[in-house]
Design a protein around this ligand. Structure first.
Ligand code: A2P
Length: 336
């Protein structure tokens, strides 16, 4: 059966990657339909020799779509995902709107592929930092049994969308021309700066992004008693998130076993030769399917602890690629 895929948010940073990844996988261009807001309706998007007209995402637009991948923010997903499902369209949602709903599977295909079996129309794609962190955490959990972790993220501006990439570029130009830096997306300059503030603050002092890492990791790995404390930081990097993790496990950690479990895991690649200056970095892991894991060492402050560093293209593994892998998994399972 040939499937028609709708991309909602096709003009955005993740939408553009979805188009490229589908074409790279030889998905037929005439089975892709592009949706965005009324602002973009009628625009043409071209990739290679293919062109599509962007259509406004309204409920009726999903009549002939088999599967829609939403990357247009939580409010668009809340307004339209159930409308699409009511029209027999399966939704893979990149926003946080449904991730913690008990009825909605939250899926990373390398970790919990069977969770899709019970979907009721919507399958959620995890938060970008969570998906990247799990590429290191999950194989180690399988080996040693994860109890808790501490993490600090170094998140690229493309995680805030296309406008944030333009903001960083413009600020770098203004800086070099000694002009004032204009801030529209972030509350402070991001060029040559770090902003310890990703998403909105909760009453407990953590941001929503920081709590997503705990709640989503716990749901995806089915570890209801997992504990985690994270600090999420926006950094002046265009693409690929990096995460420093200190994890504590049930069993004693053996570094060689840890390395082997990372090497054997399909979602990641071990890059860990510090003596040769080799460790994962955002420039090396942009537009790469696998995430990089390195800097493995025994944690000096935790019992059975391991410190490590994970880097991954959050537009891919944290969004577009994981969504497409969910689609491919559903196809393999005969769910679509
Ligand atoms: P548009 O370009 O028409 O505003 P990014 O994450 O890069 O900021 O992109 C956000 C994406 O979400 C864009 O494609 C944007 O389309 C789309 N979008 C925003 N609001 C809506 C909406 N109400 N309906 C459909 N798409 C939307």
């Amino acid at each position: 059966m040939s499937v028609t895929i709708g991309i909602v948010g096709a003009t955005g940073a993740v939408g553009q990657e979805l188009i490229k990844l589908l074409l790279d996988r030889m998905f037929p261009a005439n089975h892709i339909q592009l949706f965005a807001s009324s602002r973009s309706a009628g625009k043409t998007i071209s990739v290679g020799q293919h062109s599509w007209e962007v259509v406004e995402a309204v409920p009726e637009a999903f009549e002939n779509i088999d599967l829609a991948i939403f990357s247009a923010g939580g409010s668009t997903s809340l307004a339209l995902a159930k409308e699409a499902v009511a029209r027999n369209c399966i939704v893979i949602d990149n926003s946080s709107a449904f991730r913690m709903d008990a009825d909605v599977p939250l899926v990373v295909p390398e970790v919990n592929p069977d969770a899709v079996d019970n979907h009721k129309g919507i399958v959620a794609n995890p938060n970008c930092s969570t998906a990247v962190a799990l590429m290191g955490l999950y194989p180690l959990h399988k080996e040693f049994g994860l109890k808790r972790f501490f993490a600090s993220t170094y998140q690229a501006v493309s995680g805030s969308g296309a406008a944030a990439m333009i903001e960083l570029e413009n600020q770098v130009k203004s800086w070099s021309e000694k002009k004032p830096l204009e801030c529209n997306v972030y509350p402070h300059p991001i060029a040559f700066n770090l902003i310890p503030h990703v998403d909105t603050f909760n009453e407990n002092g953590y941001t929503r992004e920081e709590l997503k890492m705990l709640n989503e990791s716990s749901k995806i790995m089915n570890l209801p008693n997992l504990k985690a404390s994270t600090t999420c930081v926006r950094v002046p990097v265009f693409r690929s998130h990096s995460i420093a993790i200190n994890a504590e496990f049930e069993k004693p950690v053996d570094i060689e076993v840890a390395r082997k479990s990372i090497e054997a895991f399909p979602g990641c690649e071990l890059v860990d030769m510090p003596e040769k200056n080799l460790y994962p970095m955002p420039l090396d892991f942009s537009e790469k399917e696998k995430c990089g894991v390195g800097r493995l060492r025994k944690d000096l402050a935790l019992d059975n602890g391991l410190s490590f560093w994970v880097v991954g293209d959050q537009l891919w593994k944290g969004a577009a690629l994981n969504a497409i892998q969910i689609f491919e998994l559903m196809q393999k399972k005969g769910l679509i």
